[in-house]
Write a protein that binds this ligand. Structure first.
Ligand SMILES: [Mg+2]
Length: 294
């Protein structure tokens, strides 16, 4: 009986191993030269709790040792690209400032590409504002306003929301920096679940009848433009993340190879996957499984 169980275990294990190696060789994942990583719940618990996932750091370092290019693409908008880079660097990831892309940075690039002198009103905890200023945009609190851009902000006032609404009614374009409905975090020392930017923007949309442009994963252009800036093609790139609705749906839509890592299910932020296919090319319990390919 015991012998039968062991043989059964071996045959099942071998069968599973065959499936995995077949899938992995088909993906040709070790040939990929650009590796994009999500931040929250993938590299670290989240930017308010920057606790490293050791398997993520091991994969990051293994990729570097294999001559790959690592970059970061996060939906966080309440911190700037620089701040996100600083957080990751402080916990051991060898990151490059110019390979760190936040939703705020992407939104700033979006506005700059359309109107480099645009007057922008931001609701933001400061992070997205820093990205807009760094992009050379005119961030202001007075009319006329060309763009109203809203990131997660846990301290905005009624007066700011009302001003933003009036500016959109007067013709300003409305941008939602990333698209979380709610998220877990720490603000003024208080651990809680907070209303996300998508929900704040919904109030402006409701009042004006104007729809926003949501800039953040899973928008495929975010992936395409990030990859182009780094000098690669979609076919060269892998997206590694914990979130089907943002990382995987957007990565698939943009033609990347997608890797889903199973993390704390209570720490997964919900986005609108826009109907894109959210099935990953590879699903792993730990990123150490990816290291074994090198
Ligand atoms: Mg995440």
């Amino acid at each position: 009986m015991v012998r039968d169980r062991i043989l059964h275990h071996i045959s099942v294990t071998f069968f599973y191993w065959q499936i995995k190696t077949h899938d992995m060789s088909e993906l040709n994942i070790r040939e990929k030269s650009l590796w994009l990583f999500d931040v929250d719940n993938t590299l670290i618990y989240d930017v308010d709790h920057p606790v490293v996932f050791p398997d993520a750091l091991r994969l990051w370092n293994a990729l570097m040792e294999n001559g790959k290019t690592n970059a970061v693409l996060t939906n966080v908008g309440r911190l700037s690209s620089r701040q996100i880079h600083d957080v990751l660097k402080s916990v051991g990831f060898q990151t490059e400032r110019n390979r760190t892309f936040s939703a705020g940075g992407a939104a700033a690039a979006y506005v700059h590409n359309r109107s480099p002198r645009a007057r922008c009103f931001l609701i933001s905890e400061g992070g997205a504002t820093e990205d807009f200023v760094a992009q050379g945009l005119n961030v202001t609190n007075n009319p006329p306003i060309d763009y109203v851009a809203v990131a997660a902000d846990r301290g905005f006032t009624y007066a700011e929301l009302n001003f933003a609404t009036k500016m959109v009614r007067d013709g300003a374009q409305l941008i939602c920096i990333s698209g979380s409905f709610e998220y877990r975090g720490v603000y003024l020392g208080m651990e809680d679940v907070y209303i996300g930017e998508r929900s704040i923007v919904a109030a402006i949309e409701h009042a004006t009848g104007v729809s926003s442009v949501v800039i953040g994963k899973p928008l495929p252009e975010i992936f395409t433009e990030t990859i182009a800036i780094l000098g690669y093609k979609a076919d060269d790139a892998v997206m590694v993340g914990d979130n089907r609705t943002s990382d995987i749906a957007g990565g698939n839509a943009a033609g990347l190879t997608t890797v889903l890592v199973k993390r704390d299910p209570n720490n997964i932020v919900q986005f609108d996957s826009q109907g894109y296919d959210d099935k990953p090319d590879l699903s792993v319990a730990t990123l150490d499984e990816v290291i074994t390919l090198f």
